[in-house]
Design a protein around this ligand. Structure first.
Ligand code: 23J
Ligand code: MN
Length: 258
């Protein structure tokens, strides 16, 4: 059988499952809160145009609005100043081949349960590789923290000194880019950076290094506990927004039952 025929048979028989890694777009879903001197991200909003009524007797539909960075979303290189001159760095320009690829899931859920500011380090990545093998070129690397199970204020976890949530160290991100040439990095938290990521050098190192290197981000992912450490394929295609720096999207994982 050809690879695609075998894939189609796997989907049809259920030996390949489709796992949804997306949160529902909902006005109540938290968005990142930046220090007050900066512009802010809009929550999701939905307005009824008609609902089988005098405004449209046989149809129901809505107008929606949000930020490019609301809910489960994709970050393009043009989102960050380090990536402003990356060729094809906006969501409308990225080669669609980048939207389908292998995924490695690094389970940091124990560490994140102990420490809201848990850091994924180079040692953490190499320990993972001892168990599961080397991260292949052009992989998505996803940091599982089970943060997607949190609701309400616990998600942003704001304290007087700002948000507290886990994330990668600057060295860990540089290792993934320079030594493993990843496709991108994704998290279950509101950013690819830790809540306290503004205090690293450079500030927000995941954004700075990933996008400067033409790599992508995924944030507010859901249900990473449903993925195997290796072997799944991620489908993550952002909306084709002209000059868009990111986009809400449906993130799907194809998982083979073993
Ligand atoms: C703007 C400024 C800082 C950050 C972010 C956006 C995000 O996390 C984002 O959604 O890309 S940290
Ligand atoms: Mn973003």
């Amino acid at each position: 059988m050809s690879p695609l025929a075998s894939f189609a048979a796997g989907i049809a028989s259920g030996t390949i499952r489709v796992v949804d890694l997306t949160h529902t777009l909902d006005p109540d879903f938290p968005v990142i809160i930046l220090p007050p001197e900066f512009g802010q991200c809009a929550r999701f909003r939905m307005e009824e145009i008609s609902a089988y009524d005098h405004r449209g007797p046989a149809w129901k539909w809505h107008n929606i609005s949000m930020s490019e960075h609301t809910g489960t979303h994709f970050d393009a290189p043009s989102h960050w100043i380090s990536g402003r001159d990356v060729p094809n760095g906006s969501v409308d320009e990225i080669d669609p081949a980048a939207f389908v690829g292998p995924v490695c899931v690094i389970d940091c859920s124990d560490g994140a349960a102990q420490d809201d500011d848990f850091e994924l380090t180079v040692d953490g990545i190499t320990a993972w590789e001892q168990e599961y093998g080397r991260i292949p070129t052009a992989a998505w690397v996803l940091m599982r923290t089970d943060w997607s199970k949190r609701r309400g204020a616990a998600y942003l976890n704001m304290r007087e000194d700002g948000p507290h949530s886990p994330g990668p160290t600057p060295d860990a991100i540089r290792f993934l880019i320079e030594q493993r040439d990843i496709r991108g990095f994704g998290t279950e938290t509101v950013g690819t950076d830790a809540g306290q990521g503004s205090h690293y050098t450079p500030p927000y190192p995941a954004h700075y290094y990933l996008h400067g290197a033409g790599k992508y981000g995924l944030q507010c992912l859901n249900a990473l506990d449903e993925l195997p450490a290796t072997g799944a394929v991620l489908v993550a295609a952002p909306l084709k927004i002209k000059n868009g720096t990111g986009s809400p999207l449906r993130v799907l994982a194809l998982v083979e039952d073993t």
